[in-house]
Design a protein around this ligand. Sequence first.
Ligand code: SF4
Length: 189
Amino acid sequence: IKDGEVTPEMLDQLSKESFPPCMQQLHHNLKTNHHLKHNGRMQYGLFLKGIGLSMNDAIRFWKTEFCKQMDGDKWDKQYLYNIRHNYGHEGKRANYTPYSCSKICSMTPGPGESNGCPFRHTDASVLRQRLQGMSLNREGIDTIVEFSKKGHPQLACGKYFDMVHNQDIGFTPNHPNHYFDESRNVLNP
Ligand code: SF4
């Protein structure tokens, strides 16, 4: 997928197919609650920029979701600047890059926040339950939970990637956008 070719309408499907769990979680919570707190907006917003969502589509996407429970004018005042800023259209006009796995793992989510890495910040028993809910095989779940418990979230994520893509190549992501790109390569060789 090239820059500007990802649209808001594609995100539900792409999140199921190719988003790493950290971004699936943010997408799901945004769609469910029509809101994300600041760290989640940054983590998810920059990831979406990285996969090729244009600034205007990003504005449309966030505004549509948030305005299911808030007024459009209020949204413009509170949130528009930050999206334009992330795309380098405000402030220092810097080109902000999406967060790496190590940065995401270093940002522990607070109460009510859904940023962070599920393999770093989710309790082992809750992680196991979620993986069981996805019908992954027992042995694979054990491996993922073990990596997570030992403090190796990227190895856990790589094992998860291999399982959901039906392969066993020992992939290890260092960045959620790396995970996404690799997934698109596997699914559309
Ligand atoms: Fe996301 Fe990286 Fe954690 Fe995987 S290891 S869920 S890509 S932060």
